[in-house]
Design a binder for this molecule. Structure first.
Ligand code: TA6
Length: 297
């Protein structure tokens, strides 16, 4: 990493040739891998448990997505819209090495900017020139911005998600509020089916894979055991995804311990399905999310 790092941010390796930044400030502890510009850990000083879940069997290898943390899914969400067999699920940004552009510490928060530069792998999957930046503000709260600028002479289509894995004491202790009366697509159902959420408190007893439509966040994850709520905000997104793989799907994932579906929940700020954005030449789209932890008395 050619830039000079300030006090509070140090360069580490999470595995051989797998560089990351370790952030230790008065306000938080965090870890940010350069592969995928992937936040793998964030814990503000006022909460006793990590906020972001990371699989203990996550694969830390170039070209592989990290299970857990906040994968930056770009420039499509889930399967490639037209040729899923030729392109990686959730795009290329989360599997490629990013460049560190700047890192500062201001008032207890680490402010870090990374950029994804074109590479043969990316050019094989992304048919347009772009600028892609990831901006992190890590302190008492956590903000992430994925900023796409269209460098092409024609419109481009950009989808994706900030695929945030939140750490739980146990899925049975977790409820989600803020999504009542919101329409969603149940993509775990076969065939997929549309519905409207009726319950004020969403609980989890099976595989849950829902794309909520509308500007439906903030949502709150309440953890009764850890006596905290995680507020998930977003901007630049009209679809939110709530995902837990549950037993069978968890067992099928080689980079997740079978029982660990009990230890996380994903709430994602997304540009999924019809919310894929069309960017005119020279225009910019910012997909944003922010996490706030509230301790419950
Ligand atoms: O965001 C939910 C989802 O699209 C699920 O359908 C599931 O595939 C999950 O993402 C994880 O995808 P990954 O490619 O990281 O295994």
């Amino acid at each position: 990493m050619p830039i000079t790092l300030p006090n509070g941010i140090t360069a580490i390796e999470l595995a051989d040739d797998y560089p990351a930044l370790q952030i230790e400030t008065a306000d938080c502890s965090a870890t940010l891998a350069l592969n995928g510009a992937h936040l793998t850990h964030w814990q503000p000083s006022h909460t006793a448990h990590p906020v972001i879940y990371l699989s203990p069997t996550a694969i830390l290898q170039q070209g592989k997505a990290i299970r857990g943390g906040v994968p930056l899914c770009w420039p499509w969400f889930n399967a490639h819209p037209t040729d899923p067999d030729s392109h990686p699920s959730h795009g290329v940004a989360r599997i490629e090495r990013w460049d560190l552009i700047s890192a500062t510490v201001e008032d207890g928060s680490a402010i870090i900017e990374l950029e994804l530069k074109a590479s043969p792998v990316i050019e094989a999957h992304v048919p347009f020139p772009f600028q892609l930046k990831a901006l992190f503000n890590l302190g008492q709260t956590c903000s992430i911005v994925l900023e796409t600028t269209n460098l092409a002479k024609e419109n481009i289509a950009v989808g994706g998600a900030l695929h945030s894995y939140f750490s739980l004491s146990h899925i049975d202790n977790a409820t989600v509020t803020g999504l009542q009366h919101t329409p969603y697509l149940d993509t775990a159902a076969r065939p997929e089916k549309s519905a409207v959420q009726t319950e004020g408190e969403l609980r989890f007893q099976a595989e849950t894979d829902r794309i909520y439509y509308g500007s439906d966040l903030p949502a709150r994850i309440h953890d009764a055991e850890w006596k905290r709520s995680i507020v998930v905000e977003k901007a630049g997104s009209l679809t939110s995804v709530v995902w837990n793989p549950w037993i069978e799907k968890a067992a099928s994932l080689g980079d997740l311990p079978d029982a660990d579906y009990q230890r996380f929940l994903c709430i994602e700020a997304a540009n999924a399905r019809h919310d894929t954005r069309i960017l005119a030449p020279g225009s910019t789209h910012r997909l944003e999310t922010r996490f706030i932890v509230e301790n419950l008395s």
